[in-house]
Design a protein around this ligand. Structure first.
Ligand code: PXP
Length: 252
C-alpha cells in the first residue's frame, strides 16, 4: 500500500548545529537521520550552507550513503553557486532544492528570485537534472515566480511557508488567511503548469494542518520544530506526531 500524502521530509540541520556548538562529533546528524528514517521520515533534508554553519561536506557524503542504503531520498538544499553545483554533481542526491542564501541571515529568508535570475539558474538546474537529481526551487507562491520556475527543467517548487508561520505567531489571523489563500492558489497554478508542489519553513504542530490540507502538496520539509521538540518528546514521537497531524489534515 502506498504511504499517505503529504510525504514528510525531516530536515536534520539543527542536529549538526548542536554538534558544532561544542565541536567534536556528538550528536551525529547522520545518526539522527537514521533515527528519523526508523521513525517514518519519508525523506531526509539537509542544507549545506556556504559557511558550513551546520552540515559539513563529510556529513553530506555519509548522509547520501545512508539514504541510498535505506532507499530514502536525500534532499540537498543549496545555494545556486558553482561550488555547491559541483558538490551536488559528485554527491548525486535524489533531490536538490535550490534556495537563496545570504551569509548574515539566520535561516532561509524569502524565496528564490527565479524570474530575476533565470539565466544564472537555468544551466545549474539543467546540470543537476541531467545528473539524476530532481530539482526543486524554493519560491514564494506568486504567479511570476511559479511561471518562471515552469520555464526551467525543475520538476518541483517548494513554497516558502515562513510568512504564514510568522503571521500566526503574531496572532495576525487575517494576514495568515491571505497568505494561506496565496499558497492554495499558487499550488493549483504550479500543478497546472506541471510542477510538483512542496511546502516548507516554520511549520509546527500548531500550524501544519492548513498547509498539509492543500491537496496539491506532495511533501512537507520540516526541521527546526521537529528537532527542537525532540528535546521534550523524543525524535521518534515528534516525527510520528507531525506525520499524524499532516495525514489527519489531509484525510480527516
Ligand atoms: N525548506 C527549505 C527550503 C528550507 O531552507 C528550510 C530551512 O532550512 C526548511 C524547509 C525547513 O524549515 P524549518 O527548519 O523552519 O522547519
Amino acid at each position: 500500500m502506498r504511504k499517505p500524502l503529504p510525504r514528510l521530509g525531516v530536515n536534520i540541520d539543527h542536529i549538526a548545529t548542536v554538534r558544532n556548538a561544542r565541536g567534536g562529533e556528538h550528536p551525529d546528524p547522520v545518526a539522527g537521520a537514521w533515527a528519523a528514517i526508523q521513525a517514518g521520515a519519508d525523506g531526509i533534508t539537509a542544507h549545506l550552507r556556504e559557511d558550513r554553519r551546520h552540515m559539513r561536506d563529510d556529513d553530506m557524503v555519509r548522509l547520501q550513503q545512508l539514504c541510498e542504503s535505506e532507499n530514502i531520498p536525500l534532499n540537498m538544499e543549496m545555494a545556486a553557486t558553482e561550488e555547491m553545483r559541483d558538490i551536488a554533481l559528485r554527491l548525486k542526491p535524489k533531490a536538490v532544492c535550490i534556495v537563496p542564501e545570504r551569509r548574515e541571515e539566520r535561516t532561509t529568508e524569502g524565496g528564490l528570485d527565479v524570474a530575476g535570475q533565470h539565466n544564472r539558474l537555468v544551466p545549474i538546474i539543467s546540470a543537476l537534472n541531467d545528473n539524476g537529481s530532481r530539482v526543486s526551487l524554493f519560491i514564494e507562491a506568486v504567479a511570476h515566480q511559479i511561471e518562471a520556475a515552469a520555464k526551467t527543467e525543475a520538476k518541483v517548487v517548494e513554497f516558502h511557508t515562513g510568512a504564514y508561520a510568522h503571521a500566526l505567531d503574531d496572532n495576525n489571523q487575517d494576514k495568515a488567511d491571505d497568505i494561506l489563500r496565496a499558497l492554495q492558489e499558487g499550488a493549483k497554478h504550479a500543478k497546472a503548469l506541471g510542477l510538483e508542489v512542496h511546502f516548507g519553513h516554520g511549520l509546527t504542530f500548531d500550524n501544519v494542518g492548513p498547509i498539509a490540507a492543500i491537496e496539491e502538496g506532495m511533501e512537507l520539509n520540516i526541521g527546526h520544530f521537529i528537532i527542537g521538540e525532540a528535546i521534550f518528546m523524543g525524535l521518534e514521537s515528534a516525527i510520528k506526531e507531525m506525520h499524524r497531524l499532516a495525514t489527519q489534515a489531509r484525510y480527516g
